[in-house]
Design a protein. Structure first.
Lengths: 242, 203
């Protein structure tokens, strides 16, 4: 599925429609868009081998086009529809798309102009703290020795060490943490606290990943039931609960 | 006055980032109006042909830059690399510049494609930044342009963004093909997977 890699730089269904408008040298209006419906559908026909997600986005616009086409074919009943839907959503979107195309062309020229100025070059050494300069005054043999040491460290462990690490593995056991219990716990905790509660306050054992996950699920469930409200200032910051 | 101009010249020269009038006014304990006056004189002095650099303003901040006529010699001797954005990145940036603060979903609605990767690249180059969160469901991040954006496009401030007149929006008369042009034969394939799968080209 190499197409996946192209998804972001791929210009999408609006671009296809835009290209067709330019190719046919027509205005962006309901009537003109309706006239290129077939061409758009032809293009989609070729697209069938693409992935589903992409195809569905194309489909969405195809349905709008067909709707426009239908409207031009059916006799207009002025009494009911009137001129209510003068400009369809698709026309508006395409006009906006066209506008930003034009703007970005001009911006491209500005960029060319802007690339002609240079600031004073910044002396990087000035910013590097002397203390973080690494002393590489060592012989090649030392480096080689250190490398071998690092690469073979795992294999040269004594049998006792091996056994111990085995045992450590076995000691890990899963506690049974139930979401229901956690929800009760959160509610009780909230009753005790007058103001805002931090998500981190709800975790008893910070090293227990399962507890963190279950607590999080509990918080989400309570939020879904609209019993609490949650807020996170930014990514990875503590979640505030009310 | 001459002393003041020289002092301000030194202050701006020593800074890695553009310096604002307020900063200078605070540092020298003089009025903003006096700083402006001195800056005007400094600007005029450097327009002289004997100088290869001059003063440039971005959003009320000043910095010394080389004059555009020396771009080719500088590029050659110092091996400067110039970052040019791809059409897709330019379009995304244009939308952000005009509609900021704007969420990713709003950008995607206009572009009709995913914008995640482009946004990452634009942030990496310091052309856009997160401006906080919108007060709607999910509290999505909103984006805006930076001062580096102004520098990159040689804009004094956001009010200098280009405007497109209605007559320039005519498609019928628009014979100029641009980078997206699709003139000619009926059977021609639509060029949608352009060569620009990389977000940025350097020349």
């Amino acid at each position: 599925m190499t197409y996946e890699l192209h998804l972001d730089s791929f210009q999408g269904p609006l671009e296809v429609l835009y290209q067709l408008v330019k190719k046919n040298r027509i205005e962006i209006s309901e009537l003109s868009l309706a006239s290129i419906t077939e061409q758009y559908l032809d293009y989609m026909e070729k697209l069938k081998e693409f992935n589903l997600e992409l195809a569905s986005e194309f489909m969405l616009i195809a349905t709008e086009l067909i709707q426009l086409k239908l409207r031009t074919l059916l006799p207009v009943d002025k009494g009911e529809e009137g001129e209510k839907e003068d400009n369809s959503d698709l026309v508006r979107r395409l006009q906006e798309y066209h506008y930003f195309k034009k703007v970005s062309e001009i911006l491209g020229e500005y960029e060319e102009r802007g690339s002609k100025y240079f600031r004073r070059a910044i002396e990087l050494d000035f910013f590097i703290d002397e203390e973080i300069e690494i002393n590489l005054d060592l012989k090649l043999a030392d480096l080689r020795g250190a490398f071998i040491c690092a690469m073979t460290a795992y294999h040269t462990r004594s049998p006792e060490e091996e056994e111990e690490s085995e045992r450590e593995w076995k000691e890990i056991s899963f506690e049974d943490i139930r979401i229901e219990d956690k929800i009760d716990f959160i509610i009780n905790k909230l009753k005790e606290t007058a103001s805002v509660l931090n998500f981190s306050d709800l975790i008893l054992d910070k090293n227990n990943r399962l507890e963190i996950v279950v607590t999080f699920l509990g918080v989400l469930e309570l939020a879904r039931l609209a019993k609490i409200s949650i807020k996170q200032e930014k990514v990875f910051s503590d979640i505030k609960i009310k | 006055m001459e002393d003041l101009i020289a002092t301000i010249e030194a202050l701006i020269f020593a800074s890695d980032e553009p310096v604002s009038i307020e900063e200078i006014s605070k540092a020298l304990a003089i009025r903003v109006r006096d700083v402006k006056e001195a800056l005007d004189e400094l600007y005029t002095a450097y327009l002289d042909k004997r100088h290869g650099i001059y003063l440039k303003e971005y959003n009320g901040r000043y910095i010394f830059v080389t004059k555009p006529e020396y771009v080719s010699v500088i590029k050659e001797m110092h091996q400067k690399r110039i970052t040019r954005l791809t059409p897709a990145a330019l379009e995304t940036l244009a939308i952000i510049a005009y509609k900021q603060p704007i969420t990713r979903a709003e950008i995607e609605e206009i572009r009709g494609v995913k914008a995640e990767k482009t946004l990452l690249t634009l942030s990496k180059y310091g052309l856009i930044e997160e401006m906080g969160r919108k007060e709607t469901i999910g509290n999505p991040i909103v984006y805006g342009t930076t001062e580096k954006f102004l520098e990159h496009f040689d804009l004094t401030d956001l009010s200098h963004l280009p405007e497109v007149l209605p007559e320039d929006l005519q498609i019928v008369d628009d014979v100029g093909e641009g980078s997206y042009g699709l003139a000619g034969g009926e059977e021609e394939e639509l060029d949608l997977f352009g060569e620009d799968s990389e977000e940025l080209n350097e020349d």
